[in-house]
Design a binder for this molecule. Sequence first.
Ligand SMILES: NC(=O)c1ccc[n+]([C@@H]2O[C@H](COP(=O)([O-])OP(=O)(O)OC[C@H]3O[C@@H](n4cnc5c(N)ncnc54)[C@H](OP(=O)(O)O)[C@@H]3O)[C@@H](O)[C@H]2O)c1
Length: 254
Amino acid sequence: MLSKMRMQGEAVVITGGGAGIGKAAAAALCEMGATSIIVGRTEATLRQTQAEFHAKGWKCEVFAADISREEDVARLAQWVAQSGLEVKAIVNNAGNNFSAPIHELPTERWRELMATNLDSVYFMCRDFIPLLLRAKGPSIVNVASTFGVIGNAKMPVYCATKGAVVNLTRQLAIDYGAQGLRVNSVCPGSTLSPRYKGYIEKGLVKMEAVNARIMLGRPADCDEIGDVIAFLISDAASFVTGATMVVDGGQTIH
Ligand SMILES: NC(=O)c1ccc[n+]([C@@H]2O[C@H](COP(=O)([O-])OP(=O)(O)OC[C@H]3O[C@@H](n4cnc5c(N)ncnc54)[C@H](OP(=O)(O)O)[C@@H]3O)[C@@H](O)[C@H]2O)c1
């Protein structure tokens, strides 16, 4: 089992890999020996994460891009193809949220979230699948949400995009299974990323109420999600495809 989790000589592209869940997934993959290629809009954040990883002796490359923009994703795919790195997997993790009931949701917020949470997954899969099909044991992990499998108050566009990501994952697993490409989604519950901590600080999330709904009685740390993402990419998960991996401490089982 442990030998199947070694990833020496292999690279993984992680969108939103500079912070939060994406950073935790990148760290887990580095620990397994992979090169993490972390992508985000803010180069300074990416460089800081890269410096932390290099200090631990890990391999990490950075690429600044807005993955909601088709031309940025094309630039990223071209750079990776020419880098000489052997890309085994991509993690479509970067995402955002906006809270408002649908009758108060401006069109520009709808379009922005659709682009960040869903168009990005289309651009990334379209541009990277030809590269992935050349790799040994390739896979894609799409980071959705528990709100991709259940609804939540005042999150129409978030729930719509994450539900779409869950079912797009199954669809891709059907189309590319015969070529050995595995595609899975991970659905985190409440997770203490910088963004989520910001919601707590602003009083938008009341932890006491949230904890009461989680069977383990607490939110996840980012590494508890990142480790599951890394496992799904590893050869230890070689028979897992089309799966919806809910990682929520039992938040949605009741
Ligand atoms: N935290 C939770 O409780 C939770 C629960 C369920 C699902 N999720 C999902 O998990 C994923 C990660 O969430 P998180 O909480 O770790 O988020 P986070 O703390 O906000 O980190 C997200 C990262 O994505 C990057 N990013 C955002 N938009 C981008 C874009 N258009 N192009 C490139 N990079 C972009 C951000 O960097 P820049 O701003 O520098 O671009 C940031 O580093 C998201 O898809 C989220 O929906 C989170």
